[in-house]
Design a protein around this ligand. Structure first.
Ligand SMILES: [Zn+2]
Length: 111
């Protein structure tokens, strides 16, 4: 695969806060993880305080970006990123809990 991933170019794609439309300054954007295939960034808006998590991935068809608003702190994002991957059994467990309308109780058991 030809890797044409350019982190600095992709950072410039993060331009405005999706909540208040204020233009981000580069100092508001942290790079949490970076490798040859992608970039994970976290931006906190100085104006409204919202946090935007963005991931760019280099795929054969080009660079793909996803962004979500989050109430996680950047340290918490990294804690989740370091956790185990979701297994097939985890998906089946959740699907069964949903079909039994028991998902909320399962979450209560975790605490
Ligand atoms: Zn904002």
């Amino acid at each position: 695969m030809v890797n044409n991933f350019n982190p600095s170019l992709n950072l410039r794609l993060i331009r405005r806060c999706p909540i208040c439309n204020i233009e981000y300054k580069q100092s508001m954007i942290q790079v949490l993880d970076e490798n040859e295939f992608g970039l994970l960034t976290y931006a906190t808006c100085n104006s409204c305080g919202s946090n935007l998590l963005t991931k760019f991935s280099s795929l054969p068809q080009g660079v793909v970006g996803n962004a979500i608003l989050t109430d996680l702190k950047s340290e918490e994002v990294l804690e989740f990123a370091a956790g185990d991957d979701i297994s097939d059994d985890d998906v089946l467990y959740i699907q069964q809990a949903i079909s039994k309308k028991d998902l909320i109780n399962k979450f209560k058991d975790i605490q």
